[in-house]
Design a protein. Structure first.
Length: 99
């Protein structure tokens, strides 16, 4: 989507969608999202089924790798802060001890 700013890509709702024919689909297939299913009757009296199809990119490998790397940086950062705090705790404890 060209009209979505860069910081919202991957998190914004996909607005590129339309109803497309799906002759094998039933309402039971969409019981969790019935608003994505519709039926229409043709001029000849035949009932046609339609479902909503998204035309967005969806999950990309690059987005997944960025999320994975961010999680890894957070975990390493928290481990380093924890290690630093333990060292500071030991140093402060040794400074407070008197003979």
């Amino acid at each position: 989507q060209e009209d979505v700013e860069l910081s919202l890509k991957g998190s914004a709702v996909c607005t590129l969608q339309e109803f497309v024919p799906c002759p094998d689909c039933t309402l039971n297939d969409f019981e969790n999202a019935p608003h994505r299913f519709a039926t229409a009757t043709s001029f000849y009296g035949v009932e046609l089924n339609f479902v909503v199809k998204n035309f967005c990119d969806g999950a990309k490998l690059s987005l997944g790798l960025v999320n994975y790397f961010t999680l890894l940086v957070l975990i390493v950062g928290m481990a380093l802060i924890n290690r630093h705090l333990r060292q500071q705790e030991i140093k402060m404890d040794e400074d407070e001890q008197t003979a």
